[in-house]
Design a protein around this ligand. Structure first.
Ligand code: SAH
Length: 349
């Protein structure tokens, strides 16, 4: 070997030999690198939709290899749960919440939470139940089960259970807990409901939903944020298996998720001055949509109930769930970053 290299350096070896040695090195390196990638991608849970799983595995491999790919823009990224759906609502029902002591002891026996946060979470949820609309036992249970400390990003350490919205980067936020409790309560989620969320963001709202139903769908438009939260869910699934029921998609939520429509409930977590027609169409008759409606600087949390009368015409009823109190959400934007301001009826290209 020493001789060969020496000869190469001295340029006394024919060019074809040099080429052979270098191609050997390159092929060897690529093959060597691909082994851990193959192992990693196959250690993923196999999704029920093989084609989709294949796409997401390719993406994982690229991400793990730290390479970018010019074709990337053409992929549509979707993570779908397997056929066996973890029963988050059942787990929530089996949890004792009569006293803090009973709850703490059940949590430490049955779950993988960081014990440092449990007491804080209990007191915080208790306070929300007293001061906000968080009254339904199912919703209180979901708040008690969801480890907010994993969804508040590291930059906000110490504020995991603060009563405020917090930045999660990319111009997005994790919503104020009071507003999350108001919107969740308004949805009145039943265990068999199919729920669509627009604006995955930190992932916290969908994590809450995964303790209320096994059928959660969530769309995020900001590419790096989508991947960050997708990776977070994958990581947390080991200790919190109910997050594995969250179907996730990178895309423009204005157009909903046609393949899985209609939905019983739709929660929009970015602000807009009108109800996106495609979302209204994808809502079941009798279904509820909750969204922050209004101009960019001020919105009102509206509950929209869609009903059909005897001759099939659609009747919408709307209610300001916060009684006139305004909120301020991140704008509902298109892929180019422009906020939606007038209804767009047609489907995207
Ligand atoms: N539900 C989130 C709140 C995130 S803030 C949570 O629990 O943390 C609102 C999110 O809506 C942002 O992440 C923003 O990127 C996203 N968003 C804005 N326009 C969107 C669109 N057209 N489709 C999907 N998500 C969108």
């Amino acid at each position: 070997m020493k001789g060969i290299i020496f000869n190469i350096l001295k340029k006394s070896v024919p060019a074809s030999h040099v080429f052979a040695v270098f191609s050997g090195l390159i092929i060897g390196t690529v093959f060597g690198l691909s082994i851990p990638l193959i192992v990693l991608s196959h250690s993923e849970k196999v999704a029920s939709y093989e084609e989709v799983a294949a796409v997401s595995m390719v993406e994982d491999a690229l991400r793990l290899a730290g390479r970018s790919n010019s074709q990337e823009e053409d992929f549509s990224y979707i993570t779908l749960p397997g056929v066996q759906k973890y029963d988050g609502p059942r787990l929530a029902q089996s949890m004792p919440i009569e006293t803090k002591e009973a709850w703490l002891s059940w949590m430490s026996k049955n779950r993988g939470d960081d014990p440092a946060f449990l007491e804080q979470r209990w007191n915080w949820a208790q306070n929300l139940a007293e001061t906000s609309e968080l009254k339904r036992p199912e919703d209180i249970r979901a708040f008690l089960l969801t480890p907010r400390e994993h969804f508040v990003r590291a930059r906000n350490k110490g504020l995991e259970y603060a009563d405020t919205w917090l930045s999660i980067g990319y111009g997005a936020t994790i919503t104020d807990p009071d507003v999350v409790s108001m919107m969740t309560t308004t949805l009145n989620v039943k265990p068999l409901d199919k729920v669509l969320e627009i604006g995955t963001g930190s992932g916290y709202q969908s994590a809450i939903l995964s303790y209320l139903t096994k059928d959660v769908y969530s769309i995020e438009i900001i590419r790096p944020l989508y991947f960050e939260t997708d990776a977070l869910y994958r990581d947390l699934e080991r200790n919190f298996p109910s997050f594995s029921v969250i179907n996730r998609k990178l895309g423009d939520g204005y157009y909903g998720w046609e393949e899985y429509a209609p939905f019983d409930k739709i929660i929009v977590t970015c602000s807009i001055d009108h109800i996106p027609p495609p979302l209204l169409r994808q809502l079941k008759p009798g279904g509820i949509m909750v969204l922050p409606l209004g101009p960019p600087n001020r919105q009102y949390i509206m509950e929209i109930v869609k009903n059909e009368d005897a001759d099939g015409s659609i009747i919408l009823s709307r209610r300001d769930v916060y009684n006139g109190q305004s909120v301020r959400f991140i704008p509902f934007r298109d892929e180019g970053g422009t906020s939606y301001s007038t209804p767009v009826a047609e489907e995207p290209k």
